[in-house]
Design a binder for this molecule. Sequence first.
Ligand code: SAH
Length: 237
Amino acid sequence: MIITNTKTYEDTYKHKGLRIQLVSQLRDRGITDEKILGAISFIPRHWFLDNAFTEHAYQDKAFDIGQEQTISQPYMVALQTQLLSVKPKQKILEIGTGSAYQAVMLAYMGAEVYSVEIDPVLHESAKNMLKVLDDKLHKGTSFFQKNIKLFLADGTQGLPDFAPFDGILVTAGAPEMPEPYLMQVLKGGSIIIPIGTAKKQKINRFTRVDTNEFVREQLEDCSFVPLLGENGWGKTK
Ligand code: SAH
């Protein structure tokens, strides 16, 4: 017997209405950047989840995307993006492609995104997701495929061949700051990274104020999946 897992890509008025509600919740929680809120109301988040979870896509919660990984909670995606204060044309390095939702948000806001994933299955499905989005939302152009470059690698090394970046966004929890990131962000740019234990972290922002000087801010509590790899929790896939 062949079971085909058909995924439908509809975006109904109901979905759009749920996104408007989500945007208003995020606004109440302190997300004020209209470009971020605009991205959230544009991107069909339910396409990044299994059809079975469509109903949950617009609750402000993290969700399983297979391979023991999650699509981050919309509030965390928005908060980290706001902390990065991304501007059009900036080069942004994202660690942990996952479902590609965060990368798509950054590209929608005009960034040139370099996103690294350690898990081959997620890396492949992210590639496919970009194709789907281009087909469905950009009438067959390759906007997302052009503006998001996907890499299968241990992201705790950064991407030395493509550095420097205007900003670095880490979407998995690290035990400490991976050293290689420090030299890969431009002066004036920031690294946003959850740091703490494997289960609980705080969002940290390190801003490079001078060649050898960073200002560190320790911000909100959060709970991301562990950052694996050499300069993370060590294990690899
Ligand atoms: N940004 C994602 C959420 C990612 S969850 C989204 O928008 O959906 C964290 C991701 O980091 C997982 O997909 C996990 O496989 C990946 N990851 C963990 N350690 C990594 C590493 N060292 N390098 C690259 N990706 C890593």
